[in-house]
Structures are given as structure tokens and as C-alpha cells.
Write a protein that binds this ligand. Structure first.
Ligand code: ATP
Ligand code: MG
Length: 595
């Protein structure tokens, strides 16, 4: 019993929350409700009119009266027909409007969430939230709610008309209702759980497909097709089973309603027939009751049918609100600071951090400083925590202990937009979007002119390859920039970072994919661009960072060595020196001649 109440209150909370999205359409919704009410009345008044026709006019041979009733019957029928046309249009129209608003809200929310959220939620699942979960709501909003209301109105009118004619026969007609109610409650509980399961399975399926299409080249390379097909089949199977589960409950429930309707009809015919023969009930009333009983079970069947839609929609909206309720873990303070000017001094003070609480410390008591205009290089083995420094500096994640300051201001106290707007970032694997090269560089910022873009492109050596593309800067990239090479993508991101003229430049393995010649050209361009900017460069190839003012050598989350190339190379057992000798030897014996 308490479980039932619980799910009831969950439903009402969900409906209340959905209402927020309805708000702008509320007058249309009210119009739709009034129209539905009228249609329900016109639909249920007809048996009553038949009863009047039989008892008051046919039995006494009043032709004029009969014609009058037939006219009214026609008006009721036509009226219902016209109202239904209007109502269908109105409800679908505002239903789509509500969906539009929900979709926007979900996307906006996802876009603003902290990066960790995306570590924990597969992309496919989030796509399901913004598309098919909202689609499931669509069925409810387009006509589900209004039809359900219509059914309720019909039940109300039918009961009223029946009671007006004979309370005894009404009682007989509703004798089966307790059984019906009981089975409805049973059904409701089962179906709700089944539908939650269905939505889960859809999300799993989407995640799987999305991930595998993304990694198709690897799947094919390793001949994983048959294995992956098996895994897909397993997931697909569970998806199918989840659906079949819901069908199972419906296939039990529908026949129950059908049988109960027939039993009610039989009772009315038996009891009402006997009464009519005894002249205690008129034939008109009996006729009307037979029609009403049939009409009565239609909306009940309709309600249970739409319950399907409602459950599916509520399950979906629960998921959607889960996303909307996700707390952003990277938050701004009440009054975020937006300094007038940024010099570019970066300080890490005793910073410790881990991504998840079950991890060991990824950064352990890290402290360093980059003065305005300085070039700071970070080197260290894979997994040492170099990129993590950047993630923290840009507040993709928040630190546990210590402080990170920009120009002496704790970055937690700064406006997030403002903080990030000061950085230019080029990574090893960069995000490009479908659209023209120009758009990928400016990201839609109108104040950046085409000339500016071309100028910067020339400086970072990107112009050479762009000008050879069909349409040059208007060349349309495919999704994720798949039509370009890795190095070309990196060059575009260089242009993107530079064109925004950031105060601080961050390069994380930014030239790892371009050839040595281009790397050298880009390095020269970078040198020019680093003038007047603080720069943090993470590199595996030490040759690229020898000119740095300061080099941090990271090892397993700690800074082991700090100093300029000259200082570090002097340390006998230093990590840097070892790394340098290793790379130097490689180059010396390597086949590629080094400058
Ligand atoms: P590379 O030279 O390969 O880029 P890195 O020094 O940049 O290595 P980081 O990316 O900073 O290394 O990763 C440091 C550690 O943090 C690694 O052990 C990694 O497993 C862990 N890590 C990185 N990103 C996450 C994440 N999103 N969630 C959990 N752990 C992470
Ligand atoms: Mg890294």
C-alpha cells in the first residue's frame, strides 16, 4: 500500500514539474480541456436522446417530436466531429511546443555540466535523454493527456445520465467495477517497473551502438565483428525482453477488461430485461443502458491503454529530470570576480587532487609558479599527471586541497567564463565540429574577421594546407573533422587558440601529430606568439622545450625537479637528464637527421 502511495506522489511531483514547461501554453491547454469536455458531453448525450425518442415519441407515435430528436442527434454527432478536429490540432501543436522547451532545457543543462559528469555518463545515454526519452513524452503531450481527460469526462457523463434514468440499473452496471479497479492497480504497479526497464535498455542499446560506430575502425582491425555482434545481440535481447514484459502485462489486462465489460452488459440485459417485462423500466431506458454500458467500458479501456503512454512518458520524464537535477560540481561563488585585466601569473600551492574518491592521489602536494610572460614546460612519463594540471587550471575539475591562483586570485572565486576566456588551448586530440573551417576557428564569434583568421593561419603554417582545400576556409568539415589528418586538425586548433588572442597559452602535446618540419615552423610561430603571454607547454619531445624559462619534471603526481634546461641537465642522477640523454641518443642513432 505504501509503495502505491509512493509512486502516486512521485507521479504528481513529475506532473507538477512538467507543468513548468506547459506554462506558456496554459490558455491553449484550457481551451483544449473545454473542447474535450464538450466533445465528451456530445458523445454521451446520444443514448439519452435515444431513450427520449423511444419512450416519449415512438411509443406514442409523435412523428414531429421524433424528427426533432433525430435533428438533435445529428447536431450532437456533427458537433463532436468538428470539435475533435480542432482539438487534435491544438493539442499536438502545443505538445510540440512543450517538447521544444524541454529539449532546449536538457541540452542547455548538459552543456553547462562539469566535465566529470561526462566521465561517468556514456554519450549514448545522454543522447537518449535528449532524443528518445523526450520523444516518449511527445506521445503523452501530443494527445495523451487530453484524451485521458476526455475519457474521464465521458465516464462522469455516462454515470450521470445513467443515474438520472435508473439508480438500480446503474448499480447493476457498475457491479464489476471493484474487480476492474483491483486489476488496474495490479497492472499499474507492474507496468511502471517494466517501462523503467525498457527505457534503461534503450539507453544501453544507444550507448553500445554509439561507442561501436565511433570505434568501428578498431573493431574491424581486430576482427572483433562476430564478438561484438554477440554482445550486441545480448543487449538487443534484453531490450526485446523488456518490451515483451510490458506486452505480457497488457495481454493479461486487456482481456480482463473485455470480459468484465461483457459481464456488465449481460447483467444489465438480464436484470433490466426482467424489469422491463414487469413494466418497471421502460424499453427506452433499457436501450440507453445497453448503449451506455458499451460506452462506459470504452473510456476505461482507453484509459488503461493510455496508461501505457503515460507510464512510458513518466518513466522518461523521471530520467529527464534526473539530468536536469544533476548538481553542477564546479560552481561559481555568489559574486564571482572578473578582474579588469589579467597579467597571467599562475600559482599552484600545495595542490592535491584525485578524479574519484577510490583513486590514489593523482596530484600530490604540487606547487609551482609561472610568472607573467614566462614559458613553463612540463615533462614526465605517461600518466604522471601533466594534463591533470591543465584540467584543474581551467576548472574542469575542482581540487581537494591547496589553492590555484591566477594573478593572486583563487580561481574558485573567479567567474568561470572569465577564467576560461583567458586561455588558449591546443591539445593532442582536439574537438572539431561539423561546419566550415572558418566556423571551426571562430566558433561563431562575429568580431573575428576572415582576414584575421587568414593572417593567423599564415603565422602558424595552417594556411598552406587550407588554401589547397576545395573552398579553402569555407571547406565543410565532416563530423569531428574526420576528413582532415590529425596534424591538420591540430593546426586548425592552433589558429583557433591564437585568433582569440588569449592571455595564457596552453599546449598539451599540441604538435605531437605534425611532422618535424611543420613542428619546427609551428614552434617558431609559437615563440613569436608567446611573447607577452604566459605559456604552459606539455611535451614529450624535449627538443621542443629547451628554451623554456622553467621546466617541471613530474613523476607519479609529484614535481620531482624544477629549473631551466641548463640547470636540470647538470644534475647527475636527475630524471630530466636521463630523459634527455635517452632522447638525444635516439636522435643521434636515429635515421632521421636532426638539425
Ligand atoms: P600523458 O603524457 O599520457 O598525456 P599525463 O601526464 O597527461 O599523461 P594525466 O592525463 O594527467 O596524465 O593522468 C594522470 C592520471 O590520472 C592517470 O593515472 C589517469 O589514469 C588518471 N586520470 C586521468 N583522467 C582521468 C579521469 N577523467 N578520471 C579518472 N582518472 C583519470
Ligand atoms: Mg596528457
Amino acid at each position: 500500500m505504501s509503495k502505491k502511495q509512493n509512486s502516486e506522489s512521485v507521479d504528481s511531483v513529475l506532473i507538477k514539474r512538467l507543468y513548468v514547461f506547459f506554462e506558456p501554453y496554459k490558455w491553449w491547454a484550457i481551451t483544449a480541456i473545454i473542447l474535450t469536455l464538450s466533445a465528451a458531453f456530445l458523445g454521451t448525450v446520444r443514448p439519452k436522446l435515444t431513450q427520449i425518442a423511444v419512450d416519449d415519441y415512438i411509443s406514442v407515435g409523435d412523428i414531429d417530436g421524433l424528427l426533432w430528436i433525430i435533428f438533435l442527434l445529428g447536431v450532437a454527432l456533427l458537433g463532436e466531429f468538428i470539435i475533435l478536429i480542432f482539438n487534435t490540432y491544438i493539442t499536438r501543436w502545443f505538445g510540440q511546443g512543450v517538447l521544444f522547451r524541454i529539449r532546449n532545457a536538457v541540452f542547455e543543462k548538459i552543456q553547462g555540466l562539469h566535465v566529470q559528469f561526462f566521465d561517468k555518463n556514456p554519450i549514448g545515454r545522454l543522447i537518449t535523454r535528449t532524443t528518445s526519452d523526450i520523444e516518449a513524452l511527445s506521445e503523452l503531450l501530443s494527445d495523451g493527456i487530453v484524451n485521458m481527460l476526455g475519457d474521464l469526462f465521458r465516464i462522469f457523463f455516462i454515470l450521470t445520465f445513467m443515474l438520472m434514468m435508473s439508480w438500480e440499473l446503474t448499480l447493476i452496471s457498475v457491479l464489476v467495477l471493484p474487480v476492474l479497479f483491483y486489476s488496474t492497480f495490479w497492472f499499474k504497479g507492474k507496468v511502471r517497473i517494466a517501462f523503467l526497464n525498457v527505457r534503461d535498455q534503450i539507453a544501453r542499446l544507444n550507448s553500445f551502438v554509439q561507442e561501436h560506430i565511433n570505434g568501428m575502425a578498431i573493431v574491424q582491425l581486430f576482427n572483433r565483428e562476430s564478438k561484438e555482434k554477440e554482445r550486441f545481440e545480448a543487449i538487443n535481447n534484453e531490450h526485446k525482453d523488456a518490451h515483451i514484459q510490458t506486452i505480457f502485462y497488457f495481454s493479461i489486462f486487456w482481456p480482463i477488461v473485455e470480459v468484465l465489460a461483457s459481464v456488465a452488459m449481460a447483467l444489465v440485459v438480464w436484470y433490466g430485461g426482467a424489469r422491463a417485462l414487469m413494466d418497471e423500466v421502460t424499453f427506452g431506458v433499457l436501450l440507453a443502458f445497453i448503449q451506455y454500458v458499451r460506452q462506459f467500458f470504452n473510456p476505461i479501456r482507453g484509459l488503461s491503454e493510455k496508461y501505457n503512454t503515460l507510464q512510458s512518458a513518466l518513466a522518461s520524464s523521471e530520467r529527464i529530470f534526473d539530468v536536469l537535477d544533476t548538481k553542477n560540481e564546479v560552481l561559481e561563488t555568489k559574486k564571482p570576480i572578473r578582474p579588469d585585466k589579467v597579467e597571467g601569473r599562475i600559482e599552484f600551492e600545495n595542490v592535491s587532487f584525485r578524479y574519484n574518491s577510490d583513486q590514489e592521489l593523482i596530484l600530490n602536494n604540487v606547487s609551482f609558479e609561472a610568472k607573467p610572460g614566462e614559458l613553463l614546460a612540463v615533462v614526465g612519463a605517461t600518466g604522471a599527471g601533466k594534463s591533470t594540471l591543465i584540467n584543474l587550471l581551467l576548472r574542469y575539475y575542482d581540487i581537494e586541497e591547496g589553492e590555484i591562483n591566477l594573478d593572486g586570485v583563487d580561481i574558485k572565486k573567479m567567474s568561470l567564463n572569465y577564467l576560461r576566456s583567458n586561455f588558449g588551448l591546443v591539445l593532442q586530440d582536439n574537438a572539431l565540429f561539423s561546419g566550415s573551417i572558418l566556423n571551426n576557428i571562430t566558433l561563431g564569434k562575429e568580431t573575428i574577421s576572415r582576414e584575421q583568421v587568414i593572417k593567423v593561419s599564415k603565422e602558424v603554417e595552417a594556411h598552406n594546407f587550407i588554401k589547397k582545400l576545395p573552398g579553402t576556409y569555407d571547406f565543410e568539415l565532416q563530423e569531428r573533422g574526420a576528413s582532415l589528418s590529425m596534424g591538420q586538425r591540430q593546426l586548425i586548433c592552433f589558429v583557433r587558440a591564437m585568433v582569440y588572442d588569449p592571455k595564457i597559452l596552453i599546449l598539451d602535446e599540441a604538435t605531437s601529430s605534425v611532422d618535424s618540419e611543420t613542428e619546427e615552423l609551428v614552434a617558431r610561430a609559437c615563440k613569436r606568439m608567446m611573447i607577452g603571454r604566459t605559456s604552459i607547454v606539455i611535451a614529450h619531445r624535449l627538443s621542443t622545450i629547451q628554451g623554456a624559462d622553467n621546466i617541471l619534471v613530474m613523476h607519479k603526481g609529484s614535481i620531482r625537479e624544477k629549473g631551466s634546461h641548463k640547470q636540470l641537465i647538470k644534475r647527475k642522477d636527475g630524471i630530466y637528464r636521463k630523459l634527455y640523454e635517452l632522447q638525444y641518443r635516439e636522435q643521434a642513432i636515429g635515421k632521421i637527421p636532426v638539425n
